[in-house]
Design a protein around this ligand. Structure first.
Ligand code: C2E
Ligand code: CA
Ligand code: CA
Ligand code: CA
Length: 276
């Protein structure tokens, strides 16, 4: 089957370049990526604005394709969602990240992205709970990052899942805030602990128009009123960092404090008190 797959691969590559064929090839490869050891998890620091100590790390999946090289999660995660592979990939990322976090000091959190499709699986709370038990990581150390996409398929189970996840003690972050189908209605009822302000508002905010700053300020006010933390994503420059500070954002994630890095690097960072 493997040899036939390879032959097909060459045929398609030389004769048809339609996007659909390309996706099919990639999907076939992705289906086997876990067992072939091609996936890994990188960790990017999330730093408290005050004091600059590390609050935690976000787990970000990486795919090293044997012939195509590194493929961005922005490309293969949507593919995994469409191909029904996000459940197994997402669960693998979760357990890998929790195993890694078990090596960090107990106050350092681990943030893991949860696809709306995973969130909408009725067994999600049990799945998360099982991996927490197996790795011995306290639930309070785990932050699940969820995008506004979960509210698209909103049903009775959405509220129930939020309640169950809060009940086991994990933290919930609203990811990419401001980019999706933002409705203030669900901010009111969903028990988020943190709002992650999307990079599109953050990057270059200090040098662009002051509209981005106004939006960030409004989000901070909203979050504070609702008792939620804020995190600015994509902070690359000192000017942006200074603005983010002035606007009262409580946490920062961005290249200025560190790119996503391999577990060894993250582990030594996790054990330092201050980021240089
Ligand atoms: P995201 O959840 O918004 O993750 C943040 C992305 O911004 C990461 O891209 C990170 O490397 C990048 N980033 C962080 N700081 C900076 C900065 O200062 N400048 C710039 N230019 N970029 C910065 P990455 O790792 O390529 O991931 C892209 C997206 O793929 C993620 O966006 C997330 O939506 C998705 N993703 C990654 N890993 C997973 C996963 O395990 N599960 C799921 N469901 N989605 C994932
Ligand atoms: Ca995220
Ligand atoms: Ca994000
Ligand atoms: Ca994003």
């Amino acid at each position: 089957a493997k040899a036939a797959g390879r032959g097909k691969h060459c045929f398609y590559e030389s004769s048809m370049h339609s996007e659909a064929a390309e996706r099919q090839l990639l999907e076939n490869d992705l289906r086997q990526a876990i067992e072939r050891g091609e996936l890994s998890v990188h960790y990017q620091p999330i730093v408290r604005t005050a004091g600059e100590e590390i609050s935690g790390f976000e787990a970000l999946v990486r795919w090293q394709h044997p012939t195509r090289g590194a493929i961005s999660p922005a490309k293969f995660i949507p593919l995994a969602e469409e191909a029904g592979l996000i459940g197994s990939i997402g669960e693998w990322v979760l357990t890998t990240a929790l195993q890694e976090a078990a090596h960090w000091p107990d106050h350092v959190r681990i943030a893991v992205n949860l696809s709306p499709l995973q969130f909408n699986d009725p067994g999600v709370t049990q799945m998360v709970s099982r991996h927490l038990t197996e790795t011995g990581v306290r639930a309070e150390r785990l932050e699940l990052e969820i995008t506004e996409g979960v509210f698209l398929a909103e049903g009775d189970t959405t509220d129930e899942t939020f309640a169950k996840l809060k009940q086991i003690g994990v933290r919930l972050s609203l990811d990419d805030f401001g980019t999706g189908y933002s409705s203030l209605g669900y901010l009111k009822k969903a028990p988020f602990d943190k709002i992650k302000i999307d990079q599109s508002f953050v990057r270059g905010a200090s040098s662009s128009t002051n509209r981005n700053a106004a939006i960030i300020r409004a989000i901070v006010t909203l979050a504070e009123t609702l008792g939620m933390d804020t995190c600015a994503e994509g902070v690359e420059t000192h000017d942006d960092l200074q603005l983010i500070r002035e606007l009262g954002v409580s946490m920062v994630q961005g290249y200025i404090f560190g790119r996503p890095s391999e577990s060894e690097t993250a582990r030594s960072l996790a054990n330092t008190v201050t980021v240089e």
